[in-house]
Write a protein that binds this ligand. Structure first.
Ligand code: SAM
Length: 315
């Protein structure tokens, strides 16, 4: 089956699945602090996700799937879903989580076939953790990270750096990650959801991250892999860190990501508010035409912002 390709040579090889839009944290860049966990709706059944994923894999020959949300560890049948994805034959199965429930789940998820976990962590001390997430429980996340390492998962930390909110956490978090021998990636804040028109005031740029890291480490750039979201550097001590520089160094030109939500809609880009349903795309022909439509949602150069928050579309 030939790849579905756009005029920039882009296709879909990574699928990000938003399992639910509820979350047990209230991070300031994602929500206005409301507890979305309280508005738990019925969750989409495993079989429905597997059906969509299998049909998409058949057309796209996917290389990677990343489970996200909302908070994916709140999804009721996660080990079963991961086993099912393994059986479909997608080679790499990854998850992005806030780590709150990871201590209990790391081992069963690894046993089910999960390979890699990105833990979102925006502070290395409790007061800033609370300022960023509106919840207490830094220790729970740290224990979750330990459990994931012990279970043999490939662990990375993702940190959104926001000016005057948590930029003082950059070096403490780098120190923490390096002490555990895990990679950390710093994210420039994106103009999404309630930050759509005001992300600029919080933007802490790639250059500023590098200047800050340079006060404590010496490092060299690493070669960028095709379709990567992050640029990476290696310190003279052998540790690696990345920056996801949506603003300073956009990476739309070779983006290979497709998103699927719990309602059976696909999106070709985080900037798009236009869901494309695959629920009723029964034949291969119809599904391929919807995928071509989704591919056209990709930006030529740069993420242009969205009124949807990541909670809704999946981070
Ligand atoms: N609940 C999970 C978690 O916390 O990792 C998965 C969903 S969360 C929306 C996925 C990622 O999106 C997190 O790393 C979060 O930091 C990032 N994120 C959410 N809103 C963002 C924004 N406006 N700018 C940059 N990153 C954002």
């Amino acid at each position: 089956m030939p790849d579905i390709i756009d005029r920039y040579g882009r296709t879909f090889k990574t699928l990000r699945v938003s399992l639910l839009s509820a979350c047990n944290l209230g991070c300031v860049y994602c929500t206005l602090g409301e507890n979305t966990d309280m508005f738990k709706k019925a969750q989409a059944p495993v079989e429905r996700f597997l059906d969509h994923i299998a049909r998409l894999h058949k057309e796209l020959d996917l290389e990677t799937i990343r489970l996200t949300g909302g908070e994916p560890l709140l999804y009721h049948d996660l080990p079963l879903l991961i086993k099912g994805i393994g059986a479909i034959g997608i080679p790499e199965i990854k998850i992005t989580t806030n780590g709150f429930l990871l201590e209990r789940l790391a081992r069963p998820l690894k046993d089910a076939g999960l390979q890699s976990v990105n833990v979102s962590l925006d502070a290395a001390e409790e007061a800033t953790f609370y300022r960023m997430s509106k919840r207490r429980g830094l220790q729970k996340v740290l224990t979750g990270i330990e459990a994931a390492i012990e279970a043999g998962l490939d662990v990375k930390i993702n940190t959104v750096i926001m000016r005057d909110l948590n930029d003082d956490q950059l070096l403490p978090l780098a120190r923490f990650a390096f002490s555990k021998n895990i990679q950390i990636r710093f994210l420039e804040v994106m103009a999404m959801g309630h930050l759509h028109q005001q992300a600029g005031q919080y933007l802490y740029t790639q250059e500023e991250v590098l200047n800050c890291m340079a006060t404590a480490y010496s490092f060299e750039p690493e070669e960028r892999k095709k379709s990567a979201t992050a640029n990476y550097w290696r310190t003279s001590g052998g540790h690696s860190f990345g920056i996801i520089a949506n603003e300073s160094e956009p990476f739309c030109h070779d983006c290979n990501r497709l998103r699927l939500d719990a309602q059976g809609n696909i999106y070709g880009c985080l900037s798009s508010n236009n869901p494309i349903s695959v629920k009723d795309a029964g034949s291969s022909e119809v599904l391929r035409s919807r995928l071509s439509q989704a591919l056209q949602q990709k930006q030529a150069l740069k993420f242009t912002g969205s009124e949807l928050s990541m909670l809704e579309i999946g981070g």
